[in-house]
Write a protein that binds this ligand. Structure first.
Ligand code: SF4
Length: 512
């Protein structure tokens, strides 16, 4: 455990570590095509809140590897430390020792809005808000952030970062009258999009989930204290007990008197991001009552029913597609094997191989197991195809390793629309499925055959039916966002500059 470069006082006070990511080139990511958003964690009423938060952030590291931070309170004072890089790179033992107190908030970040720079690392800490410090951490993306930012700047707000999270910080700081909780509620009612926020003050922890429930958030118990986290795997890691999922539009205030909840907003429909199940979340996490591994396996089984093929072996692209590959193998009776091995020890900061080395086949992240695929007809299960570059490389790798046929099976429908809710997908014109038919895509990635899970099949695997949307919901309604498959977004959308209240041209904003 180390913090390269040591710590300095940052723009919001506290200390900031310059992890090696600060100076590194962008990394070559051969194996994956989606980037996780962020992970948040909060704790209240527990000894050594910083240590607990640190271990919880380790469990959430898959949700963001560009920066990490922790803020704590000891009843009167706030302490914080954040930096660029992995949790292990950002925190040294002495950093954690400085973070005193029994309340804390932690964050790991992948930058979807705002560049990867230190000012955008979270938690953000503001001093003198309603008479004291306030730390805030956010997972998701606010679709009207630019519009609000412009308004705030016209009224004199000076922004220190390019992160959309700071918009909420300014809205709270400018709020007049009422309590801090009133300021948080009023500010959240002005923002639209995907969010799970955790706010920390010397007197309380406040958590809020967006009205559509696009981003997950759960409440847990740790001894006599309370914890909240983006994923339940963080609870398992620190030995906390899961209590319940936090509901869309729900705000929790946690302090010495316990937990109080209120609904600050209601949306016409719930719209949890399906990709939390397909790719982002850890398989050992449960989201809104469903285990991620179980859902992925069910998707693989359903895919086998929809798109069977004669083959000798089923392999999954690690890590997120393994569960679906096991489901596909179980349903078809074709043996499952570990046909691709991922190097787990490459952080986001390794030095990229040159083009020459790349052409010579330097494969740092993913390597096929020749003995598994040589001379065999292979079913390669993956979770999604975005630009198609990764799929083409993996298919070629398998052929180079001796596979005689490569049949690609995707455990989600074709991604044809971009995401505006914090998931860093490509622009529409870069999405392979937005431009090509399945036959053309098969050729583009060099596979012998290609098939996707249908949307109906995906919903069946999720156990979602019209009833999941609530009584009286129209047929076909359910509790998930699937906008990247069909372009029906669960909130209004705004253009990149936040001009007016325009809906994005070419996409259908659903309104909330
Ligand atoms: S558009 Fe796709 S990736 Fe984005 S929140 Fe909706 S389902 Fe998730």
């Amino acid at each position: 455990m180390f913090a390269a470069g040591g710590g300095v006082t940052g723009p919001f006070g506290g200390t900031e570590a310059f992890g090696v990511a600060a100076a590194a080139e962008p990394v070559l990511d051969l194996s994956r095509h989606w980037h996780e958003e962020c992970g948040v964690f909060g704790v209240w009423g527990c000894d050594n809140a910083a240590q607990l938060t640190y271990y919880a952030l380790y469990a959430l590291q898959h949700r963001g590897q560009e920066s990490a931070g922790i803020a704590t309170v000891d009843g009167t004072e706030m302490f914080h430390h954040r930096g660029l890089g992995l949790v292990a790179e950002v925190f040294a033992p002495e950093d954690l020792n400085r973070l005193a107190g029994t309340g804390g908030v932690g964050h790991v970040r992948y930058s979807t809005t705002g560049a990867n720079k230190l000012a955008n690392a979270q938690p953000m800490v503001l001093f003198d808000v309603y008479g004291g410090p306030l730390a805030l951490a956010h997972n998701g993306n606010l679709v009207n952030a630019m519009l609000l930012r412009r308004e705030l700047e016209e009224r004199g707000s000076i922004f220190q970062s390019t992160s959309d999270t700071e918009v909420v910080a300014h809205l709270i700081a400018r709020h007049r009258g009422g309590s801090l909780t009133d300021a948080i509620v009023d500010s959240l009612r002005r923002v639209q999009g995907a969010y799970a926020f955790v706010f920390l003050t010397p007197g309380r922890l406040v958590e809020a989930r967006d009205p559509q429930g696009l981003r997950p958030m759960a409440l847990g118990r740790f001894g006599d204290g309370w914890v909240v986290a983006s994923e339940t795997c963080a609870f398992d890691t620190i030995g906390a007990e899961f209590v319940r999922d936090i509901q869309p539009g729900e705000l929790l205030v946690i302090d010495g008197a316990g937990v109080r909840d209120m609904r600050f907003a209601r949306a016409a429909r719930k719209a949890l991001c399906t990709f939390e199940y397909i790719y982002f979340a850890r398989p050992d996490s449960d989201i809104d009552g469903r285990n991620v591994h179980v859902v992925r396996k069910a998707m693989g089984k359903r895919l086998a029913k929809e798109a069977p093929v004669e083959a000798d072996v089923v392999i999954g692209v690690p890590d997120s597609s393994i569960s679906a590959a096991v489901g596909y193998a179980e349903a078809t009776g074709i043996p499952y094997e570990m046909g691709l091995i991922k190097n787990k020890y490459i952080g986001r900061t390794f030095i990229q191989p040159s083009q020459v080395l790349r052409e010579r086949g330097v494969r740092l992240k993913l390597n096929p197991v020749r003995k598994v695929v040589e001379g065999r007809r292979v079913v390669m299960v993956d979770d999604s195809i975005v630009r198609g570059t990764t799929s083409r490389r993996i298919v070629q790798m398998l052929r180079d390793a001796g596979a005689v046929e490569v049949h690609v099976r995707i455990s989600s429908p074709p991604v044809r629309f971009p995401c505006y809710y914090g998931i860093d997908t490509s622009a529409r014109e870069e999405l392979l499925a937005a431009r090509l038919s399945v036959e053309e895509m098969t050729e583009a990635i060099g596979a012998d055959s290609l098939a996707f899970l249908s949307e109906a099949g995906m919903l069946e695997a999720l156990g979602a039916g019209p009833e999941a949307a609530g009584p009286g919901a129209p047929a076909g309604r359910h509790e998930f966002c699937n906008a990247c498959f069909h372009g029906e977004y669960p909130t209004r959308l705004y253009d990149d500059l936040g001009k007016g209240m325009m809906e994005m041209a070419g996409h259908r904003g659903g309104g909330s």
